[in-house]
Design a protein around this ligand. Sequence first.
Ligand code: GLU
Length: 304
Amino acid sequence: MKNFLEGVINRNNDKSDMGKVADYIPGLSHANKNHIGICIINSNNEITQAGDTNIKFTIQSISKPLTLMLALLDRGEKYVFSKVGMESTGDAFNSIKKLETGKMRKPFNPMINAGAIEVCSMIKGEDGEKKFKRVLDFFRIISENNTLNINEEVFLGEKETGNRNRAMGYFLKGEGLITGDVEEVLDIYFKQCSIEITAIDLAKIGLFLARGGILSTGERIVSEHIATIAKTLMATCGMYDGSGEFAIKVGIPSKSGVGGGILSVVPGKMGIGVFGPALDTKGNSIAGIAVLEEIAENFKFSIF
Ligand code: GLU
């Protein structure tokens, strides 16, 4: 398996030349566009990895299905989906337009920014810091990595430049969908996007989802149903407005982030973490998708 993964990386690393590292804040633009790594952990906890699997990068939008699971634990499915939908938009992750023009009168799903900001407003805790601490602790538990933390430079950059997200937060408050302090909610969102992880952490989270919400110790953290909601939204909306094409070409529930990571789950079988910071025009890791395509095709991993 290791030789196969190394071969996959060698065959696909030149794809990064066609992509572009996210540069909307300095903390992301430093990334080396030629990095590429993959880690796979199977249900026997056997780890296979190749390439740049120890490089830390920020989780960005991959945080969205994770915080969703915590919100579902905190508030229950009925409450959560009364304030955010379950439908894909076909628009970019940071698009605003359907917030007002869409018939739903709430963000279409929790994988787009508006929906993820809404989800952040549902996390329980006495104040913003304690709420974020619960998010961080949840990420640490499901990645089985107690050292996860935020990249302060990226957080401050997100906070300083995140005016589009700020606009969505205040719009949601105006609609009565966010009831608390919008800046506090946005800080939770910007901080969760700034949590640093590696491809190995992503593979561990993937395995947690593949097992239906159970850690490698056997401890259940979320119900199978909550894990299924997260995986289903990843499959339908996880790769931005490239989710349909990805479902056909790869067919594995996945979530990408502009830090270059992709979290993938082969249900019942394995977790996969991929890292490659050169992005395509939709914000997905360009070499990362190519690597997943080859692996899914080779092992017939598509769930469809
Ligand atoms: N922090 C980013 C934003 O809200 C997340 C982008 C992403 O990974 O999609 O713009």
